[in-house]
Design a protein around this ligand. Structure first.
Ligand code: 5GP
Length: 354
């Protein structure tokens, strides 16, 4: 008989953070929130490597996981998982011209032999890169676990991100197989159609709470991947225990994203698409086989100008959130988080625009 888990699972939209009395004092003369420290330092369980930065990550998608975006984000202390379709030559050229950025990027790969060979070539050519992102739509297969083990054996000192999964037992399995940081999220993405096509998924806030607990119990880390629609959602992901938050759609549509600005009915737009959408399949035929089971969408998103203003907006939201709950640092945010369940988030009486 099918079993029904009656515990309520929540999404970002189902909660808000309860403000808390605090004794925070402003170090800056201007605003309390400006003195909030967003830098996090981690030492990873299996690689033993350390990280220091603002743990917000651009997703390894064609449209946001690019070298150009990585430069902008690294200048602000953020991280980028570079998509897997750059050639070895492109990697070498980028590394030569941007040696300082290499500590803030990861090389992505799927599970195919071609992917592994390319990963090996890139990491051998550029020793300063320390992060690998092993990315499959469904991280639940024994084959994926074996792959993570194989990559760990080959690269004992690299930090391995692996996913995607949404439940504690699989987080533990992947960490024990050698991964350091587990990517959490099945179905929440803005251009993901997994839930529609397959009926499979897990509300993201609950997935993050449960997976963070499992990972932290073993000394591992997690990334909340997908589903953030505004800075407040990023705050909720960190509040729920995420060590990193990965963004696709929130970073799309900017000057620094590839593709032209399209004019439609007087509005400026840019193309954004899932890595298993028809657009991505056509572009990289043969390169996306492991994504086939969970298709993705192609959408036009409003053109948003310079990505730096969006980044500042996100960081401003994070800092301000910390002051509302009395956290002087991002590190303290989850300890000071109490979520309250809500039936409504926003007052849209004057429309949905920002
Ligand atoms: P967003 O921040 O746009 O809500 O979510 C970004 C995440 O969506 C990515 O990091 C990745 O995990 C996921 N994603 C990207 N492309 C696809 C796709 O084509 N199909 C599915 N199922 N997920 C995708």
């Amino acid at each position: 008989m099918p079993r029904i888990d009656n515990d309520i699972k929540l999404d970002f939209k189902d909660v808000l953070l309860r403000p808390k009395r605090s004794t925070l004092k402003s170090r800056s003369e201007v605003h309390l929130w400006e003195s909030v420290d967003l830098l996090r330092s981690y030492v990873f369980r299996n690689s033993k490597q350390s990280y220091n930065g603002i743990p917000v990550i651009a997703a390894n998608m064609d449209t946001v996981g690019t070298f150009t975006i990585a430069k902008e984000l690294a200048a602000n202390g953020l991280f980028t998982t570079i998509h897997k379709h750059y050639s070895l030559d492109a990697w070498k050229e980028f590394a030569e011209q941007n040696p300082k950025i290499l500590e803030n990027i990861a090389v992505s790969a799927g599970t195919g032999q071609g992917d592994f060979d390319k990963l090996k070539n890139i990491l051998e050519a550029i020793p300063a890169i320390k992060f690998i992102c092993l990315d499959v739509a469904n991280g639940y297969s024994e084959m994926f676990v074996q792959h993570v083990k194989g990559v760990r054996d080959h690269f004992p000192n690299h930090t391995i991100m692996a996913g995607n999964v949404v439940t504690g037992e699989m987080v533990e399995e992947l960490i024990l197989a050698g991964a350091d940081i587990i990517k959490v999220g099945i179905g929440p993405g803005s251009v993901c159609t997994t839930r529609k096509k397959t009926g499979v998924g897990y509300p993201q806030l609950s997935a993050v709470i449960e997976c963070a607990d499992a990972a932290h119990g073993l000394g591992g880390h997690i990334i909340s991947d997908g589903g953030c629609t505004c800075p407040g959602d990023i705050v909720k992901a960190f509040g729920a225990g995420a060590d990193f938050v990965m963004l696709g759609g929130m970073l799309a549509g900017h000057d620094q994203c590839p593709g032209d600005v399209i004019e439609k009915a007087g509005k400026k737009m840019k193309l954004f698409y899932g890595m298993s959408s028809a657009t991505a399949m056509n572009k990289h035929s043969g390169g996306v086989a492991e994504y086939r089971a969970s298709e993705g969408k192609t959408v036009e998103v409003p053109y948003r100008g310079d990505i730096n203003s969006t980044v500042l907006d996100i960081l401003g939201g994070l800092r301000s959130a910390c002051t509302y709950v009395g956290a002087g640092k991002l590190k303290e945010l989850s300890k000071r988080t109490t979520f309250i369940r809500v039936t409504q988030q926003l007052n849209n009486v004057y429309g949905n625009s920002t």
